[in-house]
Design a protein around this ligand. Structure first.
Ligand code: ZN
Length: 457
């Protein structure tokens, strides 16, 4: 009798556990702040549950030895494919600005649970690898005060350095020592080419885009447009206009036209991540302030998720604009050339060189129009060609460079496989290709509204 009772109890316990797990799965991620261990366990859970769509890895450790975990999501994250772009969100770079940390966990859950039923999400994750670092400053988070909207406790890392003032910056006359968290991100962006990225903050509501410093006048608050200012304005507007109310611009006692600002025009920042990524790592990065309160009550989180969800998703979709391709170098062993690492790719009139990856890839985000693409490499003949960027879809342009010693074949540097990839991802870009020379046009609103509707259902 005793044994029977024990068996029945064990069965009941097992049943209850299974039911709890099922209810938990149905309920999804709780809207609360997840501590270090809870956050890591959740990332592990997603990785275990979706092994073919995720990759969990650490980029290094904080000063106090906490791992900096990244969850990558996408059909190709396990074995990267050329010309599938990497994009990236970083949260909690300031330890007491915690909303981004939680929203990135919800974003991961959303992507993975919606993949099989939402064709927009599916197309995006089939054509993009998204990497999420929910917390860049775990030591700062550890000592931050819950429910404190302002203040600086926990903002810096445990050596008391502001990590968003800690990146190499040629404008900085007194650069601080690079911190372990910063060094980890620097190694990361050099080992993985991120085409588009953003770091998330709290204390304001605005998208802040490069440049963060006016060269030669580093402490002034004057606009410092980058060579790709039109692109950055477009990227920023995609976020602010997809957000529930950021575009209105009047939040947290600030006013920003359309909810966006040039970085230096707001206030200058030396050693910020976004300028470093743009100038050094051939990527387009912005800084996004997503809540007036840095550490709001947990009850605020559901609303903040709803306000930011479409903006977070739509922003990353803009990676599929402009022109991309592979630069090949002529080779005596291979008549069709070999992918060329470190070739310089630039657009005429835009004085910012981008460099090809180890697979010869390049990505230039551009608004619709005609451009001159210029390619150079110390060992090869330089080459220029016209590129037409369409109003939707990304243009594919591969180029073969001739060896300098073989001038007779210079004219063989003709674009190859042009347009071959357009059909692959044009369906994604159907939604995010508003003509950004007039981003507030009715077409833009219609497309944005269409995307919101698609995502909601
Ligand atoms: Zn911040």
């Amino acid at each position: 009798m005793f044994q029977l009772t024990m068996r029945l109890s064990a069965v009941c316990l097992l049943y209850w556990l299974q039911l709890s797990l099922l209810m938990s799965a149905l309920r999804g991620l709780d809207f609360k702040y997840h501590g270090e261990e809870e956050m890591v366990n959740y990332l592990r859970l997603l990785n275990k549950k979706y092994p073919n769509m995720t990759k969990l890895y650490s980029i290094g450790k904080s000063v106090q030895g906490r791992e900096l975990w990244v969850l990558a999501i996408g059909k190709h994250v396990a074995s990267p494919v050329p010309l599938i772009p990497n994009v990236r969100y970083i949260g909690n770079i300031h330890g007491n600005e915690v909303v981004g940390r939680e929203l990135l966990l919800h974003l991961a859950e959303h992507y993975l649970t919606m993949y099989s039923t939402n064709s927009t999400i599916q197309t995006f994750l089939d054509s993009t690898n998204i990497h999420l670092l929910p917390c860049m400053n775990p030591d700062g988070f550890h000592i931050s005060k819950p429910n404190y909207c302002d203040g600086i406790q926990g903002r810096n890392n445990s050596n008391n350095f502001d990590l968003n003032r800690n990146f190499p910056d040629s404008n900085n006359p007194r650069p601080p020592p690079i911190q372990p968290e910063t060094a980890a991100v620097i190694r990361w962006v050099h080992s993985t080419h991120f085409v588009l990225s953003a770091n998330l903050h709290g204390g304001a509501m605005v998208v802040n885009y490069p440049l963060d410093v006016f060269p030669g006048d580093i402490y002034s608050t004057r606009s410092s447009p980058s060579p790709d200012d039109d692109v950055f304005v477009h990227l920023s507007l995609v976020f602010s206009r997809s957000h529930a109310n950021m575009y209105k611009g009047n939040h947290c006692d600030d006013h920003f036209v359309n909810g966006i600002t040039n970085g230096a025009e707001w206030y200058p920042v030396l050693g910020g991540m976004q300028d470093f990524v743009y100038k050094v790592a051939s990527g387009y990065e912005v800084l996004i302030e997503i809540s007036c309160c840095k550490y709001p009550r947990p009850s605020e989180l559901p609303k903040l998720w709803i306000y930011n969800k479409d903006a977070l998703i739509n922003f990353m979709m803009t990676v599929h604009i402009g022109v991309k391709g592979i630069i090949y170098g002529e080779s005596v062993q291979n008549s069709s050339g070999v992918p060329l690492k470190g070739a310089t790719v630039s657009i005429k009139g835009r004085d910012i060189p981008f460099y090809t990856t180890s697979r010869g890839e390049y990505y230039k985000l551009l608004l619709p129009g005609n451009y001159v693409l210029m390619v150079s490499h110390p060992l090869y003949e330089s080459y220029s060609t016209f590129v037409k960027v369409q109003s939707y879809g990304v243009t594919r342009k591969d180029i073969l460079l001739s060896l300098k010693s073989n001038r007779s074949e210079h004219t063989s540097s003709t674009p190859r496989r042009q347009g071959a990839a357009n059909s692959t991802i044009s369906t994604v870009n159907t939604f995010d290709t508003a003509n950004s020379s007039s981003p507030a046009s009715p077409l833009f609103h219609v497309l944005t509204f269409t995307l919101v509707v698609v995502l909601l259902f």
